[in-house]
Every structure is written in structure tokens, then in C-alpha cells.
Design a protein around this ligand. Structure first.
Ligand code: PHE
Length: 344
């Protein structure tokens, strides 16, 4: 009898070991196996119930074997549980894995407007030459825009400035030169300023004209300022903006507020000065007006022309940008098309 029970337990043990060690056991199956073998009404306990007819010695013997088997199964089940836990944790990690090699989403940044790029380059140059920035209003009066600049009411130069009037005496500035007047009225010489901003003229819109455009103006006043200073600074400036290989030319011209006056040309970058369609077959591109400040202007602002001399210059920023970047239509500056703006 005892031997038979022992044999049965041995068989059960072998079967149990095999089952509990098998791969692919899931949590649920393991749980049901635990109940089957170790449960209160489980197989192992059922052996103990059959012991009533046995001697105490025999009971002890079988009890010992049953307990050893319980201990063994418990250990096997715990091993398996740990194994399943490990596999599940591994699976969770796989699922939650972050692929750090996936490229990030790149946030789009804006672009500088080409006119701002040019304005910054211009500022950079003149700040390096110890000029500072002056400002003035876009809505001006006749006095600062014309009169004080030696352009009296009947002066033919007014024809060149198709003016947008706000009232008889108030207008949208046609150039940045009134800032020269405001600066000189506000301070004593020496003066070394640049100013930049919007100007307005009653022009019809086409590829080279816009009723609103931008200018940069410069003014230097001191004792013993000569035409040589003007040529030196402006030549260095043009070469900085367009490149050291470009040539600069000063051509006699006329402005009511400068005497003598000059128009400044840069050699054409497309034909290298040989002459082509872009430069009207002259080899040169006109980029700014300049000259020695007219004594009449000094008188208007209360500077003594026998003590001080100076030079002034003015240029259109759109024109500079168009020539530098080969842009053939001024309207592109005002449309804010990103395909255009992203190129500078
Ligand atoms: N104000 C002039 C214009 O708009 C340019 C200029 C400025 C010329 C200063 C000479 C000196 O045409």
C-alpha cells in the first residue's frame, strides 16, 4: 500500500516537474496548475486523505514525501512566475521603446527681409566709421523737406519730387534729407549720422517704381571736411556692399542742397564694366547722390559755413538690393512671398 502511494506520488512528481518546467506557460495556466497540485483540495492533499488505514509510521513517511513534493512544486511555480514576469517586463519595454534615431520635427524659422539685410550691412559699415543713427518723421512739413534744403517754392527741383501732400504745408517726405536739417537744428557740429526709412513719391507702380520706398541718408559735418573725405568713405562703402573687385566712379551732378554734387556709380557686376543690357551698355550702375553740403543749408540751420564744411549722400535701399541680388522687380519687396524672402 505505502509503496503504491509512493509510486503514485513519484509519478505525479515527474509529471508535475515536466509541466511546470515547460516553456510557453502563461500566467493563467500556471495559476490553475498551482490550484491543481497545491490547492486545499488539490492532488497532493488528496493523498493525505487516503492515509487513514495506515500506521503512524507510514503516515509520517507518506506525509514527508507529500511535503517534499509540495516544497518542490512551490519552488518550481515561483521560478516560473519570476520567468513570466521577466518576459512580460521585457515585452513592455519593447513596446514603450523610444527610437532616438528618428529625426525630430524641425520648426520653421522666418527669414530676414532683403531690405533689412541691406540696411543692417549699411549700418554695420557706417557704425564702424563712427556714425550714429538719427531718426525723423515720415510726415514732414514743406520747410524741412524742401525750403531748408535750398529748394524754394518755385524751384524746378520740386518737379523731381512728385509729392504726396497731406495739406498745403504738410507732406509725406520725398527723401530722407529732412533728417539732415532736423539733426543740425538739434545739435552743434561735429555731426556724423546716418538715417534710414520710408519715403513717398506720387509715382505709378511699375517694376522700378513704388509710391513708397526706402532711403539711407548720411551726413558728416566738421572742420576741414573735403571732397576727398566723401570719396574715400563712399568708395570704401560701395566696395563693402558690392565687393572689393568693383570700381567706383563719381560723376558731376546737381542737387540744390549740395555743391559740388556728384552721382556715384558702381561698375556693372554682370558684364564687369564691358557694357550689357543690365547697365544700359554703359558698364556703370548709378547707386547714389552725394555732395558737399551747400552753404545755404548751413545758413538755414545756423551753422557757420566759413568754419564748417561737410558732405551728404543719399541712396535708395530697394535699388541697392535690386542691383546686389539681381532682383528685376521692386514689387517683390512688398509682397512678402516666402518663396522670394527665403532666398536672402
Ligand atoms: N535726397 C536726394 C534724393 O532723394 C539724394 C541726396 C542726398 C543727394 C544727399 C545728395 C545728398 O534724390
Amino acid at each position: 500500500m505505502v509503496e503504491k502511494i509512493k509510486e503514485e506520488i513519484e509519478k505525479l512528481k515527474e509529471e508535475g516537474i515536466e509541466l511546470l518546467k515547460s516553456k510557453n506557460l502563461d500566467k493563467e495556466t500556471l495559476k490553475s496548475l498551482r490550484i491543481k497540485y497545491l490547492g486545499r483540495k488539490g492532488v497532493l492533499n488528496s493523498f493525505l486523505k487516503r492515509l487513514s488505514s495506515l500506521s503512524p509510521e507510514e503516515k509520517r513517511e507518506i506525509g514527508k514525501v507529500v511535503n517534499q513534493t509540495k516544497v518542490l512544486f512551490t519552488a518550481l511555480i515561483e521560478d516560473k512566475e519570476r520567468e513570466i514576469e521577466k518576459i512580460e517586463a521585457q515585452k513592455r519595454l519593447e513596446e514603450e521603446k523610444i527610437d532616438v534615431t528618428i529625426p525630430g520635427r524641425i520648426s520653421r524659422v522666418g527669414y530676414k527681409h532683403p531690405l533689412n539685410v541691406i540696411m543692417e550691412e549699411i549700418k554695420d559699415f557706417f557704425f564702424g566709421m563712427n556714425f550714429s543713427l538719427a531718426e525723423g518723421p515720415e510726415i514732414e512739413d514743406d520747410y524741412h523737406n524742401f525750403e531748408a534744403l535750398n529748394i524754394p517754392k518755385d524751384h524746378p527741383a520740386r518737379d523731381m519730387h512728385d509729392t504726396l501732400f497731406v495739406s498745403d504745408n504738410v507732406l509725406l517726405r520725398t527723401h530722407t534729407s529732412p533728417v539732415q536739417i532736423r539733426t543740425m537744428l538739434a545739435q552743434k557740429p561735429p555731426v556724423r549720422i546716418i538715417t534710414m526709412g520710408r519715403c513717398y513719391r506720387r509715382d505709378a507702380v511699375d517694376s522700378t517704381h513704388s509710391p513708397m520706398f526706402h532711403q539711407v541718408e548720411g551726413l558728416l559735418v566738421d572742420k576741414n571736411v573735403s571732397m576727398g573725405d566723401l570719396k574715400g568713405i563712399l568708395t570704401a562703402f560701395v566696395k563693402r556692399i558690392f565687393g572689393e573687385d568693383r570700381k567706383v566712379r563719381f560723376r558731376p551732378s546737381f542737387f540744390p542742397f549740395t555743391e559740388p554734387s556728384a552721382e556715384v556709380d558702381v561698375s556693372c557686376g554682370i558684364c564687369k564694366g564691358k557694357g550689357c543690357k543690365a547697365c544700359g551698355y554703359t558698364g556703370w550702375l548709378e547707386i547714389m547722390g552725394a555732395g558737399m553740403v551747400d552753404p545755404e543749408v548751413f545758413k538755414a540751420v545756423g551753422y557757420d559755413p566759413s568754419e564748417y564744411t561737410g558732405f551728404a549722400f543719399g541712396m535708395g535701399i530697394e535699388r541697392i538690393a535690386m542691383l546686389k541680388y539681381n532682383i528685376d522687380d521692386i514689387r517683390l519687396f512688398y509682397e512678402n512671398d516666402l518663396r522670394f524672402l527665403s532666398q536672402f
